[in-house]
Design a protein around this ligand. Structure first.
Ligand SMILES: *Cc1c(COP(=O)(O)O)cnc(C)c1O
Length: 390
């Protein structure tokens, strides 16, 4: 039944798949949504047979529905839904053993950087961090021990775009796999598996759930073999998400494409407004012609997304004013929800980097990041306008 669902849906539009993917029709009362199964265990019919579910850490019908939906949206053979984005990252990294070498972007998500540099390094993995927009840096980072390339695009907070197909190709040519963190765009705007990537991870906390009311993650595999290995790891390490969280994320996911369409339409209007504002020095947004990888983003992404960053002209005082004087933007970390957020990477998301590392990454006290929500673009622009005017 569930298999039939997946194959039936693959010819339908993305928004249709969001609504109908992984919906397990309730046979008992005909509820149109997938019920929440808050049970730790499932009774057996005989000593030899059960319903297909035996224990919720291994598998649960509500979580299964979410996993089928996301696997279809990403074009993967299987998906494991995890408790957080970081547990998804950790689960994917469990494919590697001491001595293995991984190439990763220098401007990696902070939590992923911490896991790699402060935890997995101690367990014997080695890492080289490069500017992944430069293929020569990627080429020269390979060692005989390299097993994988970790991709994250667009980057946080400066929205640098990595050529996924080119980097995945470099990995494959050397017998390595590639893994892509697709959190910033969601499968609606970018499908890394279509460009030769082997595994996709998400923090579903962000766009996939989209309502800032749950933390979650997932790992999607292109091959059945990887999907099995990831599911095994998820069970062995106890990383899977609760049925209630799975249900929340599944509910959020149903409106992914309409949320994304509206949020990125507003993001483009805001980026254009900021670009012409006299107090703004630079705007980082892949949808702007001035973005260095604008053409690549047009090919690789279905749209520019709803995250943007900008540098103000007069440094910290202006950056601080914008953050603190807006009324509609909460000053908060995280992203991808329906409410707009504003943040100051220097003291917030990127505070754990040394000032030198931040400077090398191009993040300064002029840099402000915005996650554009579902409020009307005119209201958001008016709010930024009043915050910028002294
Ligand atoms: C938030 C985030 C994560 C970590 O996800 P959590 O749900 O917070 O554990 C990983 N990667 C990216 C790109 C993120 O934005």
């Amino acid at each position: 039944m569930s298999q039939k669902h997946l194959s039936d849906l693959s010819h339908l539009h993305f928004s249709t798949q969001c609504v109908h993917g992984g919906v397990h029709k309730d046979q008992q009362y005909n509820s149109v949504t997938t019920p929440i199964y808050p049970t730790s265990t499932f009774y057996w019919n005989s000593l030899e047979s059960h319903s297909g579910y035996d224990y919720t850490r291994s598998s649960n019908p509500t979580r299964k529905a979410l996993e089928e939906n996301i696997a279809a949206l990403e074009g993967g053979a299987g998906c494991s839904a995890t408790s957080t984005g970081m547990s998804a990252v950790h689960c994917a990294m469990a494919l590697f053993s001491p001595g293995d070498h991984i190439i990763a972007p220098a401007d990696l998500y902070g939590g992923t950087f911490r896991l790699f540099e402060r935890f997995l390094k101690e367990k014997g993995l080695t890492f080289t961090f490069v500017d992944m927009t430069d293929s020569n840096q990627v080429r020269s980072a390979f060692t005989p021990q390299t097993r994988a390339i970790w991709i994250e695009t667009p980057s946080n907070p400066l929205l640098k775009v990595i050529d996924i197909g080119a980097v995945a190709g470099l990995a494959r040519a050397r017998g390595c796999i590639s893994i892509c963190d697709n959190t910033f765009l969601s499968p609606y705007l970018q499908r890394p598996l279509d460009f030769g990537v082997d595994i996709v991870v998400h923090s579903t906390t962000k766009y996939i759930n989209g309502h800032s009311d749950v933390v979650g993650g997932c790992v999607v595999s292109k091959s059945v073999e990887h999907a099995k290995q990831i599911a095994w790891t998820c069970n062995a390490l106890g990383l899977s998400c609760s049925p209630f969280d799975a249900w929340l994320v599944l509910r959020g996911l149903k409106t992914l494409s309409v949320r994304m369409d509206a949020q990125q339409a507003s993001a483009l209007l805001i980026a254009r407004f900021l670009e012409q504002h006299p107090l703004i020095e630079k705007v980082y947004y892949p949808g702007l012609e001035s973005h260095p990888q604008h053409q690549l983003a047009r090919i690789q992404q279905r749209g520019p997304g709803a995250m943007l960053a900008f540098d103000v002209r007069d440094g910290r005082p202006v950056a601080e004013r914008v953050c603190m004087r807006t009324h509609l933007f909460d000053v908060a970390e995280s992203l991808g929800g329906i409410e707009s957020l504003i943040s100051f990477p220097t003291t917030m998301s990127h505070a754990s980097m040394t000032p030198a590392a931040r400077a090398a990454a191009g993040i300064t006290e002029k840099t402000v990041r915005i996650s554009v929500g579902l409020e009307h673009a005119d209201d958001l622009i008016a709010d930024l306008q009043q915050a910028l005017s002294t």
